[in-house]
Design a protein around this ligand. Structure first.
Ligand code: ACO
Length: 355
């Protein structure tokens, strides 16, 4: 992978045949051997505007010391009005394609995980499709902070089922638009951004290769929907639509359930803690990340951490962390990444990937 930056020129590599309106994935001949979704490229986008804890403390009753000590967050990126979910997702996706050396015509499907879409419909994924000039199909997926892992799992299933050979998986969020900026218990925790990966069909174990998504495990418990939620949506015009959280409860569930999820992923693959080269957790709170790393007996140097600079970017946090580790050369072919996330729903899960 040769990582490109978010400045990748949109559509500059768009082949002429992509002018055809429908490049339906199902119309393509099935690949001779498709066993596994291989990670071919990673990209991301962060808004230029950065807000420090001290700057927030000018408008909210908080302090840099409180936020830093309780969460590990030092700053967050906040979207300008033009930086919508689609805008950021398009740039992250273009960077992932460029990183993979792929073009729009290689994309059969776009799965975009978000809780903050531009519109109720069409799906933001299709705004991205149009901007990039891709064919195939696309849809949005809602699983809050676990959205990227859910989307990865769906993409993996589609590739294994030969429904698609090239899938863009994107997490893009503008939580700044659903914050209650008077609630210091939540507004200090979140930031905006987008991350994307491009998955391609590759030969799995049966085909002599060993790279790709080894497993995904998804979980949800709708009975816990009231400890972390947004109190409105376009279907509820009577509600303002702000994020509400019982922080302590979420924290408690996160530590217990994520610890179980990482054990489950390793057991399913017959691996031990020492097989993991990098833990790439959802970046919600440094104390949760530390607890999971301890469970895996992983030193903090083997955990990809961005929460200090990005804060919690929900579905975007894992691909943004992957992008950073890729960009600075930490990720190498053959390494094993363990991804884990928990979010509103509650939803949680894991993915194990060999690069
Ligand atoms: N600045 C200063 N003081 C604050 C702030 C703040 N920003 N926020 C809360 N406080 C105060 C509270 O009012 C309280 O004061 P009191 O004792 O006088 O009543 C005190 O600090 C302690 O508050 P707690 O909520 O008990 O603090 P806690 O140690 O639990 O930390 C936190 C709160 C950081 C939110 C933590 O519970 C947490 O990280 N929870 C998990 C969040 C998470 O993982 N979310 C999941 C993903 S999000 C998604 O899916 C959309």
């Amino acid at each position: 992978m040769d990582l490109a930056t978010e400045t990748a020129t949109l559509g500059s590599r768009r082949p002429a045949e992509m002018d055809a309106p429908d490049q339906g994935a199902t119309a393509r001949p099935a690949a001779p051997l498709v066993a596994r979704a291989v990670l071919a490229g990673i990209g991301g986008y962060l808004p230029r505007t950065v807000v420090s804890n001290d700057e927030l403390a000018r408008t909210v009753d908080t302090s840099d010391a409180w936020v830093r000590e309780r969460t590990g967050i030092l700053q967050r990126h906040i979207a300008e009005p033009h930086e919508t979910c689609a805008y950021m997702a398009t740039r992250a996706a273009a960077a992932a394609l460029a990183d993979a050396g792929a073009v729009a015509g290689d994309v059969d499907a776009i799965i975009l995980a978000t809780a903050t879409p531009d519109q109720a419909f069409p799906a933001t994924a299709l705004r991205v499709q149009a901007a990039l000039g891709c064919g195939g199909f696309g849809f949005d997926l809602s699983a809050a902070c676990s959205g990227f892992i859910y989307a990865l799992s769906v993409a993996d299933g589609m590739i294994r089922a030969r429904q698609a050979r090239g899938v863009l998986v994107i997490g893009s969020e503008v939580y700044s638009r659903i914050m209650n900026w008077r609630d210091r218990g939540t507004c200090v925790l979140f930031g905006d951004g987008a991350g994307a990966v491009f998955l391609t069909a590759g030969a799995g174990r049966g085909g002599g290769g060993d790279r790709g998504i080894l497993s995904t495990h998804l979980h949800a418990d709708g009975r816990l929907g009231d400890i972390l939620y947004v109190d409105g949506a376009v279907g509820r015009a009577d509600r303002p639509g702000h994020l509400v959280m019982q922080g302590k409860e979420v924290f408690r569930h996160a530590v217990v359930r994520l610890a179980a999820a990482v054990d489950e992923a390793l057991a399913a693959n017959g691996m031990s803690h020492s097989s993991v080269d990098w833990l790439v957790p959802h970046q919600a709170n440094m104390r949760i990340v530390d607890a999971i790393a301890k469970r895996l007996h992983l030193p903090v140097e083997r955990v990809v951490v961005t929460i200090d600079r990005h804060a919690n970017t929900s579905a975007a946090s894992i691909p943004l962390a992957m992008m950073e580790a890729h960009q600075d050369g930490r990720l190498r072919p053959g390494q094993v990444l363990l991804l884990s996330a928990l979010g509103g729903g509650l939803t949680w899960g894991s993915a194990l990937i060999r690069l």
